[in-house]
Design a binder for this molecule. Structure first.
Ligand SMILES: NC(=O)c1ccc[n+]([C@@H]2O[C@H](COP(=O)([O-])OP(=O)(O)OC[C@H]3O[C@@H](n4cnc5c(N)ncnc54)[C@H](OP(=O)(O)O)[C@@H]3O)[C@@H](O)[C@H]2O)c1
Length: 281
């Protein structure tokens, strides 16, 4: 069973970011229509123009939507309905992250991350899935993170929301066996900021990440770890006993708290928006 990408309609959240943008570029060669969703309209419109220039028969809808607001998600779905756009494949790729000790993070921002990383993919899936099941064809591609396998001090919210995606996607996949709907989760590791950057031993380009994600999705794989070295590392991590994972995390947590105390002494705050990749900026 393959997800209905060819001549289908694919909705991608976070479409103007690294991985989302590359997914859009690769899907544009095959899909009939792409629905590109993100916070900001301008980068989406630029991407639309680029995609149309190389794929003149493609249909592209640009939808500006703050996924952390359920009302805006509803408005997005209403807009699709009004324009008679029926989504065959949903790619939940958007994500918000912040680095810092949990007690120092602001609740409104934590809540926003929860809504963007947990509620939005659940709501979109809920609203679009029933029609897929009725039609006997569809696909859900959830882009999570290797962070969904780890315990990460300083990224409790991010890691928590990525762990959520594992339980949700795997359980949903089981529910949908035999319905014609393919469900795949991708857990990327480090992805280079520049889409065409030469790969390091672990980090891969967004182009490769998107390509391997789509290849896994087409094989109906339950889980894809893009990149060879990273894939093997994650396989080893999966075998790691939890006490060992906790002990490793403990060391990182100690350093984080010491570092935070040091920065506080200097009057600086350790809060970094942008998820784990922000650490390398
Ligand atoms: N890059 C990596 O190294 C890496 C590693 C592991 C996992 N991942 C996963 O891969 C996925 C994509 O990551 P990325 O690094 O390519 O993306 P990114 O550069 O972090 O950009 C995130 C994307 O999500 C959109 N977004 C975030 N919050 C949103 C909201 N509330 N409403 C609407 N759109 C929102 C952003 O739109 P705007 O730009 O318009 O705000 C942007 O397009 C994420 O799920 C991430 O967890 C990435």
């Amino acid at each position: 069973m393959r997800p209905p990408i060819d001549s289908g309609t694919v909705l991608i959240t976070g479409a103007c970011s690294r991985i989302g943008r590359e997914l859009a570029r690769q899907l544009a060669r095959r899909a009939r229509t792409l629905v590109l969703v993100a916070h900001q309209k301008e980068p989406l419109e630029e991407l639309r123009d680029e995609l149309l220039a190389s794929n003149p028969t493609l249909g592209v809808a640009v939808e500006k939507c703050d996924l952390s607001h359920p009302d805006e998600v509803d408005a997005l779905l209403d807009s699709l309905h009004r324009h008679l756009i029926q989504v065959d494949v949903l790619v939940n790729n958007a994500e918000q992250g912040e680095f810092g000790l949990y007690e120092q993070q602001r609740w409104p921002h934590i809540h926003q991350m929860l809504r963007a990383n947990v509620s939005a993919p659940m709501l979109l899936t809920h609203r679009l899935l029933r029609r897929m099941v009725e039609r006997g064809r569809g696909g859900i591609l959830n882009i999570g993170s290797g962070g969904g396998r780890l315990y990460i001090p300083g990224m409790a919210v991010y890691a928590g929301t990525r762990h959520f995606l594992e339980g949700f996607t795997e359980s949903l996949r089981l529910e949908l066996v035999g319905t014609g709907v393919v469900v795949t989760r991708v857990e990327p590791g480090p992805v280079a900021v520049d889409a065409h950057a030469p790969p390091s031993w672990m980090s891969i380009s967004a182009v490769r990440c998107a390509r391997e994600a789509l290849e896994g999705f087409e094989r109906a794989s339950p889980l894809v770890y893009p990149g060879l070295a990273y894939r093997w590392m994650m396989r080893l991590v999966s075998l790691m006993p939890r006490p060992l994972m906790r002990a490793t995390g403990m060391m990182a947590a100690k350093k984080l708290r010491q570092g935070t105390a040091l920065l506080e002494e200097r009057g600086q705050r350790v809060l970094l928006a942008g998820g784990p990749e922000a650490l390398s900026r």
